[in-house]
Design a protein. Sequence first.
Length: 372
Amino acid sequence: MRDYGFVDLTLFITGPTYVRQEILKAGELPVFGHRDKEAKLRLEPAIKNLKEIAGIEKDNPNYKVLLIPGTGSDALEASVSSLIKDGDKALVVSVGAFGDLYHKIATSNGKNAELLRFEDGKAIDISKLEDKLKENYSVVMFTHNETSTGVMNDVEKVGKLIREYNALPLVDGVSIFGGAPAKIREGEIAMYSTSTQKCLGLPPGFGIAIVSNEALEWAKDVKNRGYLTDIREHAKSSEKFQTANTTPTQLANQLFVQTEYIVKEGIQNRFARHEAMKNITLEWIKTLPEGFELFAPIENASPSVTCIKVPESLDRDGLKEKMREKGYLFDPGYREVKTPTIRIGHIGDISIDMLRTYLDVIKENISSFCNS
Ligand SMILES: Cc1ncc(COP(=O)(O)O)c(C=O)c1O
């Protein structure tokens, strides 16, 4: 192919993430007609595999997997459009920029959604949430894994608490699905939204949602669910192993190949690899110069994204450019987080060896970017 001057960096950002050669090749499988029987050949196994990754049996009729052309935000938008009724009061529990995004998606869709915000770097405080839930909300949304700060919330605990107050729990699992148990059943989650370009190790292009039949029934009473944001329409298509609008066919081919691979890798093994990569990164932080420390509380440290508090004097953009020269895309922290941080995305198909090499390269270079 002609050289367009694009640089092939190994992505260690928090998504999109590194994509394996086999998956890049799967992008060359035939384009297909999205209403033809060829669609089912890819999407039936992919949907069943995604259910298993979600911790739900392949043939469990109580949940549907929706494939929504777009990204994670499209799935989040579908959740608010389809599940918050006009006049109902919803609550978004946010621990960072992506919780704030869920709130913005709700309010920009005209929904009556309040925000309960915890400090950056902290997880959901259960007792404060419980106090707030006494104000009677019909729907409560929260983030499984806050990508901006590397904080993971306990889906089971938070989901069950929301249920105690008779509200419907919706979860943003964009940066963790496929890297840790989603706990959809345990947390009695009505709709769990995610995307392809993070722990599933695929290019971007689908919002994915795991939706309970209860949520699909609930949606019947919501007026103006929109066209591409109607979970009932997406569910009808999913039952036929199709998508509601034109399928991104190359990504569908890749989704099929990758979910087969993940099930073969062993879903629990994949989760264990993410946990091991987190632990390697946590140990590595201890070997850095003074002033570098884990941003999240250790018990909430994410298995997919480690966020590290760094000295003010670290030239993060300089380090990013140095890492580019070494062939990597480095993450110099989420800009809206006031504390200076860097993030390591140990996500998707990144192997333990790849991570160790990457961390070594950062360590070799970091001191020269610590201005005093
Ligand atoms: C936790 C979380 N939620 C939502 C989003 C938005 O997802 P997308 O960019 O796929 O629309 C992201 C993206 O990084 C995310 O990390």
